[in-house]
Design a protein around this ligand. Structure first.
Ligand code: PMP
Length: 324
């Protein structure tokens, strides 16, 4: 164990854990990248750091400046902690449907929080468009634009993918995860393919997202819905352009939630629903790749961020999910 010089050095270099239950279920070796171990407790700290560094290098972000972003919450938390560590301010626009814990964390970090009603992307009131307008109207501000700013996926090409490759000693058959911005799937996919083009890259898409159909048959089309926060995309973002997707799975909330419960009950890992959906996808991918295959996925954030939702029986019942 070493001493790191500052908070930002705590971002990345996360552990990779072998997941016992999923490995047994698949007859394979399934590994989870512990992104909840980042200082903001999610995978989005990586994107936040790269986006801020990129804006500084381009001369867009000046001392005392403000970073504005629309987010399901985790990117906002990452940006707020990076901003605090570097002396910037943050204005975070978030749909009011996201968890209370993420809002409280953002306020605790000193971010100015703007809550907007959930709206379709085509609606100008959508959180992404609202954040762009606020950035334009605020003096000395930059818009992080995580969906179409490829500094996001670069964090995963040079960071997450390299780390997984090294941690697995180059012995990896497949990788899968779900998509919010596509930074993780696009970046890790490109990074791993550059190491070995035989690594199978799979999308694990929640219901209500349009990417499963896009990669299966070339059409952006969605069905159903999901209560998973931070994932479920309806368009090809810049971070997804050219992503080397070989195969795809559509995962229901019930299937993802079953893994959330099993990870907690059998392995003591308290995760969010996107992690459960990723693990469900990893089990499916490993079964497809065959006995003894080695598959990695992302444990995106901590379940402590969802105590009022995913770990609350009344909330679960209201969403049609049966407590285990
Ligand atoms: N899971 C959670 C909980 C998230 O907040 C996000 C980011 N929105 C993701 C998964 C997906 O990550 P990405 O934006 O890199 O696609």
């Amino acid at each position: 164990m070493t001493i790191v010089p500052d908070t930002l050095s705590l971002i990345g270099n996360t552990p990779l854990v072998r997941l016992k239950g999923p490995s047994e279920a698949a007859g394979a070796d399934i590994y989870g990248k512990c992104e909840f171990a980042n200082p903001g407790a999610s995978v989005k700290d990586r994107a936040a750091l790269f986006i801020v560094q990129d804006a500084e290098e381009r001369g867009l972000l000046k001392p005392g400046g403000t970073i504005v972003e629309g987010t399901a919450g985790n990117t906002g938390i990452g940006l707020a902690l990076v901003a605090n560590a570097k002396g910037y301010k943050t204005i975070i626009v978030m749909p009011e449907t996201q968890s209370r814990e993420k809002m409280d964390t953002l306020r605790a970090l000193g971010a100015e929080l703007v809550l907007v009603p959930a709206a379709p992307y085509a609606n100008c009131a959508h959180f992404v468009h609202t954040s762009r307008r606020i950035a334009e109207e605020t003096p000395n501000a930059v818009w992080a634009n995580q969906f179409d700013n490829v500094a996001n996926r670069k964090a995963h090409i040079v960071g997450t993918a390299e780390e997984i490759w090294d941690q697995m000693d180059g012995r990896i058959d497949g990788f899968t995860c779900s998509v919010g911005t596509g930074g993780t799937l696009g970046g890790v996919g490109l990074g791993l393919k550059a190491k070995d083009e035989k690594v199978v890259i799979a999308l694990s898409d929640p219901h209500g997202a349009a990417l499963y159909d896009y990669y299966a048959c070339g059409e952006l089309h969605s069905e159903g819905s999901s209560v998973a926060e931070g994932i479920g995309q309806g368009r090809i973002t810049a971070n997804l352009e050219g992503a080397p997707i070989d195969t795809q799975f559509r995962i229901s909330d019930a299937e993802g939630y079953e893994w959330v419960r099993r990870l907690l009950d059998e392995e003591g890992l308290c995760m969010g629903l996107s992690s459960g959906i990723n693990v469900a996808g990893a089990v499916r991918l490993a079964k497809q790749l065959g006995p003894g295959s080695r598959v990695a996925t992302i444990l995106c954030d901590t379940g402590f961020r969802y105590l009022s939702t995913l770990y609350n029986n009344a909330w679960l019942a209201s969403k049609g999910l049966v407590p285990a």
